[in-house]
Design a protein around this ligand. Structure first.
Ligand code: TXE
Length: 478
């Protein structure tokens, strides 16, 4: 199957006709081709978005934009199976997770659709002789550079919010996971979005992505991906003096105190790193456990890890393959470096025997105990690798939890409400979960990081505000 760019409502090939092969991570087979977008394609997409913003899309009321998003939500909801199957093949995630992503996508459109006409400005009572209003206005044309780990959810949270706020959008999906985004953009046309409101240019980061980040016609950028590419995107955006939201992953801690309800915690602690094969920005990749229960918790987590299987997505394994060979090698290189550091493997899962040989499977691995300074405690592996480190007391727990350059999410497990609240509020992260982790997708909950995890917020009402700016109007009336 061959997929083209979507520019100004038309499916068009790359300006130079170049294509990229799409390999399925399930078995490494070639199963589709996408346009390898060029700077000229990005330029055409930005122009199409500008024309929509200044034309039919820009003329719609907030209520009308919201209705279109609600229709898109319904269209996605009616195609959860189709989208889930496509994502599972393209991305390798277990079918159930892929379908859950499609459900979340529909929820993002529903949330932002219903919020579109509820974002109001303010009136400032400054002078009795003047009326002063502050209106919330869209930036204009927004660029969205999307990674491969949750293509639908990240498209939903950023493009959904941008459209609700009235922006016209240009999207650059990850080269390894473009297909569901192309499908959803086509659905947007079908439900009545004007041509040019949603444009998609597929292709490589260093060409299409870089062209979008540096395009002078872009008024605001949203990027989710690695810190290194985030720096490149922000540097490019700075040349045009435009704002950027960056979500750059994390090294999130799960802090387990000796009074925690372990029956409740254990399945969540394991799932927090295994979901999506550990390729989740907010993966709970560090387990900090109070010393008195460290051995017991490590033993219980080990037992669960030994039973974990990586396998083909349609068999509903615990985890599917990594997204591509580079990611599989990256995870393997971390395991090799850990072995070089002499870290102790507490337990490993396995790759299912019927997992296709050409797929990018990795066995989950649990290391315990691991020093806080170790490479596996400090760097984002983005794979099914969990480390556990003991701590003595509350102060040390806080120091270790906040002791990486990242700051995206944290979990705190304790039956002592005052302690868990105190520790939760000391976390330098964008989201803290107490006696739980990940609140049902978190569509309504502001999400983003501190430090190396990035800046700006997506999701929830905060995410909608990010895609607007203000215009203050001062009217003298005597
Ligand atoms: O990321 P990139 P990669 C982390 C994770 C992973 C690592 C590398 O640790 O192992 O990053 O993954 C586009 N200008 N995360 O290499 O390069 C690219 O095409 C503009 C965490 O895939 O950041 C894709 O669309 N765009 C993360 C997107 O950027 C460029 C999710 C992300 O790719 C570009 C993914 C450039 N110069 C990876 N170069 C999270 N926060 O969840 C690439 N891109």
């Amino acid at each position: 199957m061959v997929h083209q760019n979507l520019i100004g409502g038309r499916n068009v090939p790359a300006s130079d006709g170049a294509m990229l092969d799409v390999l399925s991570p399930v078995d490494g087979s070639l199963f589709a081709r996408i346009a390898s977008g060029t700077a000229a394609d990005v330029d055409a997409a930005v122009k199409a978005a500008r024309a929509a913003f200044e034309g039919s899309w820009g003329r719609l009321t907030a209520t009308e934009r919201g209705r279109l998003l609600m229709r898109l939500a319904a269209a996605v909801e009616a195609r959860v199976d189709e989208l889930g199957e496509l994502e599972s093949r393209d991305n390798g995630k277990p079918l159930r997770q892929a379908k859950a992503d499609a459900v979340a996508l529909a929820r993002y459109f529903e949330f932002y659709g219903s919020a579109a006409d509820k974002l109001h400005g303010e009136v400032i009572p400054y002078l009795n002789t003047h009326f002063i209003g502050v209106e919330r206005v869209p930036h204009g044309v927004t660029g969205h550079i999307v990674p491969w780990n949750y293509p639908m959810q990240i498209f939903g949270r950023s493009v959904g919010a941008a459209l609700a706020a009235g922006n016209a959008t240009v999207v650059k999906p990850a080269e390894d996971a473009s297909l569901t985004i192309l499908r959803v953009a086509a659905l947007a046309r079908e439900v009545g979005f004007p041509d040019g409101a949603v444009n998609v240019v597929t292709g490589l980061g260093r060409t299409a992505g870089a062209a979008l980040a540096g395009h002078p016609g872009i008024d605001f950028l949203s990027f989710t991906g690695s810190p290194e590419t985030g720096t490149a995107v922000q540097t490019a955006a700075a040349q045009n003096h435009v704002g950027v939201t960056l979500e750059l992953g994390g090294k999130s801690a799960q802090v387990v105190f000796d009074d925690a309800d372990l029956d409740r915690a254990l399945p969540v602690l394991v799932n927090a790193i295994i979901q999506n094969g550990g390729q989740t920005c907010s993966a709970g990749s560090r387990l900090l456990v109070q010393r008195g229960i460290f051995k017991d918790v490590a033993a219980a987590v080990s037992e669960r890890f030994r039973n974990l299987r990586a396998g083909r997505p349609d068999a509903e394994p615990d985890l599917g393959p990594m997204i591509n060979q580079a990611q599989q090698r990256r995870v393997q290189s971390y395991l090799d470096r850990a072995a070089g550091e002499g870290l102790t493997v507490a337990a490993s899962g396995s790759v299912a025997q019927d997992a296709p040989k050409g797929g990018y499977y990795v066995a989950p691995t649990f290391f315990a105990p691991v020093a806080h300074e170790s490479i596996l405690s400090q760097e984002e592996v983005f794979g099914p690798v969990l480390v556990a480190t003991p701590f003595e007391d509350e102060a040390e727990a806080i120091r270790l939890a906040n002791g990486t350059p990242y700051g995206l999410a944290a979990g705190v497990w304790s039956r002592d409400g005052m302690r868990s609240t105190r520790v939760g509020r000391a976390m330098r992260v964008g989201q803290v979960f107490v006696n739980c982790y990940g609140a049902g997708g978190g569509i309504e909950l502001p999400f983003g990081g501190f430090g190396r995890s990035g800046h700006g917020r997506e999701k929830g009402f905060e995410g909608l505000i990010e895609f607007t700016t203000t215009r203050t109007i001062v009217i003298a009336h005597g």
